[in-house]
Design a protein around this ligand. Sequence first.
Ligand code: ATP
Ligand code: MG
Length: 393
Amino acid sequence: MFTAFLIKYAEIGVKGKNRYLFEDMLVHQMKLALKKCDGQFLIHKSQGRIFVEAQGEFDFEEAVERLKKVFGISGICPVVYAEDEGFGKLAERIVAYVDEVYPDKHKTFKVHSRRARKDYPKESMEINADLGEAVLNAYPEMTVDVHSPEILLNVEIREKIYIYSEIIPGPGGMPVGTGGKAMLLLSGGIDSPVAGYMIAKRGVKLDAVYFHAPPYTSERAKQKVVDLARIVAGYAGPVWLHVINFTDIQLYIHEKCPHEELTIIMRRYMMRIAEEIAKETDCLGLITGESIGQVASQTMQSLVATNEVCSLPVYRPLIGFDKQEIVEVAEKIGTFETSILPYEDCCTIFVAKHPVTKPNLNVIRRHEHNLDEGIEELVRIALETKELIVVEA
Ligand code: ATP
Ligand code: MG
């Protein structure tokens, strides 16, 4: 029955002169999202609104699922079009609409009409009253509530007449592409995909880097990261995933540095390498899934040590989240099931029994000097042999 959607967007409505840039990017992202959907769609802006019109047959559920992942959308309203064939016909159409959409009639409602076309013979107030009366006559169980109705029947009179009442919540946020690009350090864990989602939600496009350590980490562990990147790409658009072979660097650190400092020093190299790639690819920041105190390498002291090696800002959107809160987002966005698959993580392979939780920066720096002889060469090789996988949803 529905042939179109009216798209509501909250935050981007307040951007003054830049508003059209945001709207255009939103339209662009919606087009990308619907491209893989069954059916053809026309997306257009009209009087401060965005409409998606299906051109013929389409899969309603699939279209809604895709639009629910487009950042910048606050609500998706399925719309029915009616031709203007006189007020009597419109009243019949509204009565039929209520019947189709609300099988249970024990509801309060209100009609809210807008005349975008001033030559329509009735004024809004009169339309509201007359359509309300038609609904009440058809369904005496229904009652009018002008303050907080359960059903707000919107009727917009344009060339055609648009009828809608349901609002399916969108993800909110800003359209991807309005906020530059950042490099996500993506592991196979629960946290980093959520961190990427949260920054993408603010309009930031994502690239990603994954450090793997074959043969200590398997092909399957890498595939899991690709799968996570694909789920994140469902929201963020195509993700360029850079895969770095980290084995020799890890072994070298293991050989030369105290074992309880291994994780911290390794994380410093991850950040350095991520930043190198970030700068080459025009990323304006790094993103990690760190949260204060979650593990030894995420205490305030440890964060000082990992942060020190980067000059780009490091975005840590989960910094104040408890694990349970992170899990809730992971479940909502659909990454959780993949994240908990039991494949080894390159971080955990060489982990000491008692890693330092309050690393001293001077000590860490001094021990890092043990690596001076060979590390530059190893980093260079790691960068030269990196693999690029373009991941699309
Ligand atoms: P996650 O669930 O995201 O793996 P974690 O709790 O396992 O996080 P750490 O292993 O300390 O935490 O990693 C902290 C952050 O460092 C991760 O959130 C991620 O951004 C990054 N990171 C860790 N391991 C890797 C890796 N192998 N490749 C890329 N990034 C990584
Ligand atoms: Mg991890």
